[in-house]
Design a binder for this molecule. Sequence first.
Ligand SMILES: [Ca+2]
Ligand SMILES: [Ca+2]
Length: 457
Amino acid sequence: MNKVVAVPLASAHRKVSRRRSSSISRLKLHASFLIGAFLFTLLVSPTFGQTEVQDLAVVINALTHPDLEITASLSLIDLMEPNERRAVDNEILHFSRDPLSRRRAVGLSIRGHLAYIPTFNLPITGAASSGDSIFIVNLEDREIVGEIPIQEGSMPQQVALINAQKLYVTCAAAHEVHVVDIPNRNTTKILTGAFNKPTGITLLNGKAYVSNPAWEWDPEARMTTYYESRVTVIDTATDIVLKSIPVPTNAGEIFSDGESTIIVKTVGNYNDVLGHLVLIDANTDEIVETVKLKLTPGSSALNAEKQLFIQGSWQKPGLLIYDVAAKDWIRDEDDTITNFSNDADVSISGGLTFAPDGNLYITQPDWGGGGQDYVRVMDVTDASLLQTYHVGPGASILAFAQIISRNEDVNNDGIVNISDLVIAARFLGDQGPGIIADVNGDEVVNILDLVLIGQGL
Ligand SMILES: [Ca+2]
Ligand SMILES: [Ca+2]
């Protein structure tokens, strides 16, 4: 774990010192009194001698079980804490107090200190959802700080944060993508007509790519019908649907390589149609490669080296690795990673997520409510097991957050930007203890506080 601890701290220090020296050089001579005052502030205020950085894994424990009185919850793992037990803060909050509501938490997107989690009540499978919303959780204060209402019955799935003002949320039951104004916490636009059970969403080059699995449960025939699956492309500046790209049956997870390629995993029909990988050129929005899988794939995740790790099916367990850049297999169906190199007894099945440091996090939920829910960390260079964290019931969704405590972050969203300056300016001239805009803590809000926020921009 030393690698994880050292890197963010060092980079944070570098960032702070670079920022300080470059901005001082920009100050004019006639403002030298300000420099003096500013440096004095830095020296006397203990807050500015250190920048507190916390690397977290955020876990959604998704099991709802009225008989066992289990409701969906959130756990945090402190990745800088080497002790596996102490590192986990289990079930710090629940999405409902009422087990009978079976309130689901199905997605997780993080920006700064804030996590956006689509939720809805679904007491009976197959019924319409109710109380649909997106919870906003402040990960530093560890509390729900807001709730964005989403139209009842739409079953919000996944959030894509377009910018500080706007997010998209895929709404599977409504066959829509809703455009949400984040500061006002309301839906401003509904994109419709191009979607069929939209679920996955990823962003690249000013566009959003949405996967449409397009399946429907037929209660009379007691079987699932699979319609034509597509990837829908949306211009995120205008919210206009640009294109619908047909893909093989049952499109699921969708990834961006951060440069030029969108990768879609299709699952098939769990019968005679197996899975595929589809690569889409994000400049032309044309399919450039379709790779047939010889199985029904499980969870997958893409790392910074553009390697797609895929769980095999339950009949054919083990990890496959596809090299997206080379369009070739690193480990194919006949050569999967079935065991940890240093612990052959531990199964590596479960949900996959890559951490910023390149390690693979595997969520292993116990859907029976037996409490055997784990997050395991794999070093993919040698497939060794690094950590095992015991988390909450149904732990199956995971994402990463970096918490940096800064007084300059006036509105406490984890990001220092123009919004903080605007808010602080409203307090100019105010005096007294505990004013949020009093960045240097001298009990007066003046130009010095604004300068300090300006440093963070
Ligand atoms: Ca802020
Ligand atoms: Ca002040």
